[in-house]
Design a protein around this ligand. Structure first.
Ligand SMILES: Cc1cc2nc3c(=O)[nH]c(=O)nc-3n(C[C@H](O)[C@H](O)[C@H](O)COP(=O)(O)OP(=O)(O)OC[C@H]3O[C@@H](n4cnc5c(N)ncnc54)[C@H](O)[C@@H]3O)c2cc1C
Ligand SMILES: NC(=O)c1ccc[n+]([C@@H]2O[C@H](COP(=O)([O-])OP(=O)(O)OC[C@H]3O[C@@H](n4cnc5c(N)ncnc54)[C@H](O)[C@@H]3O)[C@@H](O)[C@H]2O)c1
Length: 474
């Protein structure tokens, strides 16, 4: 049996593994990148990019619905499902192509197409029968949809996000399970593209939100738009001759497919971790250090969705860089700082979270105040007819430090960046308010929320209602 020897072995050529590889090759050429699936990454192939392409088509279909109050109306959009999916797939393939080109441009002797599992802390078995002996190993194996056995009776009509992006055309109806990020992004987009969608959530959760007031607004907004149940008491479901059936409130509802989006699980369960010295947490994920990526004292590092901490693209890339640096420099490892927490959900209105969540602040008993802004009356949002949602910003008593924010509302993806950059710069609310705000812009709504927060922290005056010198509708 052939045994390959290397300084660093990386399991998984996704976003985390590729970033790790790039970091490793700054120090050593002695590396093996092991991948058993297709190159191209989850993000480009079945995640971030195709979902945003589908959402872009949905936004185009929906755009005309906002304009009647402005005196402009359009005929109902003609949605060509085959053309929608053709663009989603071809643009997606273009993005995937760039990733493939990058990986395939790396030296062939660095790349192995096989499935890896641990035989010990420093030895891997490959599914092609070979072995790899490495001084250090990086686990960058990503995650997959978590399908509860409960859903298996949907049979071949059970689909996950990957399946949506291989459709040739749009289906007529879909029952979506899970009001998390994937369920809401895809469910709302399909609804706007003319697919009959019901979304069945649990525990009144909406995406990643934790602030009860923002959650309540989000619930109202989505319930008003489509058949959205943030807590559905589904009493039964099954495959039928023609599709799937769902029992809800004494009624049986029928759909073509059941899309399961009830969370993802890290790909660590079939890795032979029982053959290593690693301690595992309750979900079977190795206990590791967030700032070095190292698992216990072993020469093993973990990065990306596999570690089950923050399953987002930029986090996977940052963690890949940390793991790559440390695996290449082992045993001299260094600690890396984490960037400010930021997440964006591309629903309409968008949802964003920055810094500590309302739940985290409450659970740790933080001494914090809140500033709120309802987007209904915000000037620029009204001008554009996107005046829906709520922003809540959190600050610390006595230090005046900005701590975090949750929001559903217009241009949340951009406000999230302003707030995350402020948080990372350790600004106080006062310092944030010293920054310029143009007029009339959505950011003036953020300024109002920050002013209210500062007043609630007893560190500034409450802004007057309808503050004219701030610009009308600020
Ligand atoms: C529908 C959807 C939408 C998303 N949208 C966003 C978004 O808008 N913004 C955002 O920030 N994030 C988004 N994400 C999350 C983002 O895609 C992930 O956080 C990111 O792709 C994780 O990268 P990774 O490297 O950890 O995993 P992956 O890219 O999945 O890479 C893991 C690789 O490991 C390989 N592998 C697994 N086990 C083995 C083994 N034993 N041997 C060899 N190879 C193995 C797999 O084949 C895979 O190629 C989305 C995810 C989904 C599903
Ligand atoms: N815009 C983005 O950045 C983006 C987009 C998509 C995915 N992602 C990443 O992918 C991760 C996984 O997304 P996800 O949506 O699968 O998970 P999620 O954790 O966001 O949501 C899962 C939801 O399913 C619900 N649920 C669980 N069991 C259920 C049941 N039996 N019936 C109905 N609902 C049930 C949960 O309460 C939760 O609200 C996200 O946490 C995120 O990190 C990010």
């Amino acid at each position: 049996m052939a045994t390959l020897k290397t300084k660093v072995a990386v399991i998984g050529a996704g976003s985390a593994g590729m970033r790790a590889y790039r970091e490793i090759t700054k120090t050593t050429d002695d590396v093996l990148l092991i991948e058993d699936g297709p190159y191209g990454t989850t993000c480009a192939r079945v995640g971030c990019m195709p979902s945003k392409l589908l959402i872009a088509a949905a936004e185009a279909a929906y755009a005309g619905n906002h304009t009647a109050p402005m005196g402009v109306t359009y005929a109902a959009p003609q949605i060509d499902g085959a053309a929608v999916m053709a663009r989603v797939r071809s643009e997606r393939d273009r993005f995937v192509g760039f990733v493939e080109e990058t990986v395939e441009g790396w030296p062939e002797q660095h790349r192995i197409r096989s499935r890896a599992s641990f035989l010990s802390d420093t030895t891997l078995a490959l599914s092609d029968g070979r072995r790899v002996e490495a001084e250090t190993i990086i686990i960058a194996t990503g995650s997959r949809p978590n399908i509860l056995p409960f859903f298996e009776n949907f049979g071949d009509r059970l689909i996950v996000n990957d399946d949506v992006f291989s459709w040739d055309t749009l289906p007529s109806s879909v029952a979506v399970f899970g009001a998390g990020v994937i369920g809401l992004e895809l469910g709302q987009a399909l609804h706007r593209l003319g697919v009959r969608v019901s979304l069945f959530g649990r525990d009144n959760l909406v995406g990643p939100l934790s602030d009860p007031e923002v959650l309540a607004q989000a619930n109202r907004i989505f319930t008003a738009e489509f058949d959205f149940h943030s807590h559905a008491d589904v009493t039964g479901h099954r495959r039928t001759d023609t599709g799937v059936a769902v029992d809800l409130n004494g009624e049986t509802l029928e759909y073509e497919y059941a899309l399961i989006a009830t969370g993802r699980r890290p790909n660590v369960d079939k890795l032979g971790l029982e053959n290593t010295s690693l301690k595992l947490d309750a979900r079977g994920v190795p206990v590791f250090d967030l700032y070095t990526g190292q698992c216990g004292d072993a020469p093993i590092f973990i990065a990306g969705d596999a570690n089950n901490i923050i399953p987002l693209l930029h986090e996977a890339a940052d963690e890949g860089a940390t793991a790559g640096y440390n695996a290449a420099h082992w045993p001299d490892i260094r600690r890396f700082t984490k960037s400010a927490p930021i997440s964006v959900m591309f629903s309409d209105p968008q949802i964003m979270m920055v810094g500590e969540t309302h739940r985290a602040l409450t659970e740790r008993g933080a001494d914090f105040a809140v500033g709120s802004l309802d987007w209904a009356d915000q000037g620029r949002a009204r001008v554009m007819g996107v005046n829906k949602g709520l922003l809540r910003v959190y600050g610390e008593y006595n230090t005046g430090r900005f701590l975090g924010a949750e929001m559903i509302g217009p241009r949340a993806e951009h406000l999230a960046h302003l707030l995350a950059w402020s948080l990372q710069s350790r600004l106080t609310v006062d310092e944030m308010l010293e920054r310029p705000f143009y007029h009339p812009v959505i950011e003036e709504g953020l300024r109002t929320a920050l002013r209210i927060l500062n007043a609630n922290l007893q560190m500034g005056a409450m802004p007057p209602p309808r503050c004219i010198d701030c610009g009308p509708g600020a």
